[in-house]
Structure formats: structure tokens, C-alpha cells
Design a protein around this ligand. Sequence first.
Ligand code: SF4
Length: 274
Amino acid sequence: MKPSIQSRTSRTILTKGSGFLNGYSHTLNPYAGCAFGCSYCYVRRMPIALFREEDWGEWVDIKENGVALLKKEVPKAKKKGKVSIFMSSSTDPYQPIEYKTELTRNLLEAMIEETPDFLFLQTRSPLVTRDIDLLKKLGNNVLVSMTVETDLESVRKIFAPQAPPIPARLKALKELRDAGIPVQAAIAPLLPCSEEFPEKLHQTVNRVTLDDFFMGDGSGGKRTEQLGIRKQFEEHGLSDWYDRKAYLKIKKRLLEKYSEGNIFISQEGFYPPE
Ligand code: SF4
């Protein structure tokens, strides 16, 4: 089902970093709503989603004046101190509508003119490779973090059927890395995966962040419980993976490929550099 898309005028584009993202001065969401509609998305439990008539994943608002706002807000914020931006915390900046609007691309262009001290770009879409030319211009002021929750398409299709296929994400990560863009794979939230997952990642990126429903949903796992994700695991015979300690098993396997310093756990993997 195609989401209903609307253009809206926003009052601001930068929001003060808080909670899990309190290491950032700001978060930036070019869109409200997200067409990927992942079943475990904690934004489903937030007011922005709860007060909408349509279900999460079925609506997207385009912040049509986002670029004009950013051009005003970044210089203003810079006068107050370091500007570190997390894009995006409650939407995917490279969801399908971005092919048409190029809003995220235009925001990056604006950031090249007024560069923040740091930009953390979180996505699960290979469309991010379209903007390699701009990302290169941001140099070490950017880190692209690509969500790769599992290496198994069968698992991805249970929990996030509308999200881009895993092989396309791994290919995109490699393309970014080869272009010299700082990247990481974010196994977040950890989903059931194969024994070969660490090796597949190792062929692609040097840095990995590992997070799960219990550490990373901003409520110690309560929001995920409310979403009924435990039931999804049970229905597919995957209950062993819905466990606070499951990430340790994967961390152990990752350590066979990566040094400890290149594996980040939960919040530390999403933090800006000191
Ligand atoms: S891509 Fe991110 S914001 Fe979009 S539905 Fe999935 S988890 Fe939520």
C-alpha cells in the first residue's frame, strides 16, 4: 500500500537532542512519518504516530520549507556552541519519497555551505549512495550509519517487509566505504541472523554498532513489548533471540572478525565524536 503523502510547512527543522540522543545538540527529521513502517519501530508508540488516523508506515509529511529553515537555524545554533546533528531520529531520510523530493539531498547541500561540527546520518536505504558527491564534501564531519539488523532476508521480511533488502544495503555500505565516506553498520535492533553475519559485515565495513530492543528502544524494552514484537518472535519459532543476552552471543562472533575498539554497543555507537 502506498503511503499518503502531504507537504507541510514546519516552524523549525532542528530539534534539541534529548534522551538516547542527548549527545547531540540537535536532531533533524526531513520528513514526519516513515514509509518503511518497520514493525518494531518505537516511533509507533510516540505522540506523532499515536495521534494520526492512519497507521504508522501509511503516511509521510514532507517538511517543504526544511532547507530554508536549516539555512537560518544552523548559523544561529553555531553562535551558541558546537552543532552536532543526528539525521534522522524518527523517520528515514532516504525513504522512497526522497527519490522524488530530493529534500535530504538539498539539506546536505545546505550543510556544505554551513557545515555542522558533525552529522550522523542514519538510514537503511541504499539511496544514500546517490549523495556520495555531497557526503565527500563533508569529509570527516559526517558518519553514515546503515542499519543492517540481520543478514537473513527471510527474517527481514517478517519484521520489516517494506524496508530495502539486506544485500542492497551491504552493497551500498561498500560503495560508501570505497568512496572514502566514514561508515558503520548498525545491527540495530539485533534480529535473528546467521553464523556468517560477522564475516559478511567484515567484508564491507570496519566499524559495527550492536544494539537491541532492550538497550535501544529508549524505555528498557517496554515500548517493544507494547508493540507485540515478542509475539512475532514466538510465532516464527525465534523466541531464543528475544532475550537480553542474545547480543552477547553476536558480540562474541563479531570479536572473531573485529577488534574490540571497532565494535560499539548501543548508545555509544550512535554518539558524536568527543
Ligand atoms: S526506517 Fe526507522 S523510522 Fe522508519 S519505520 Fe523503520 S525504524 Fe521506524
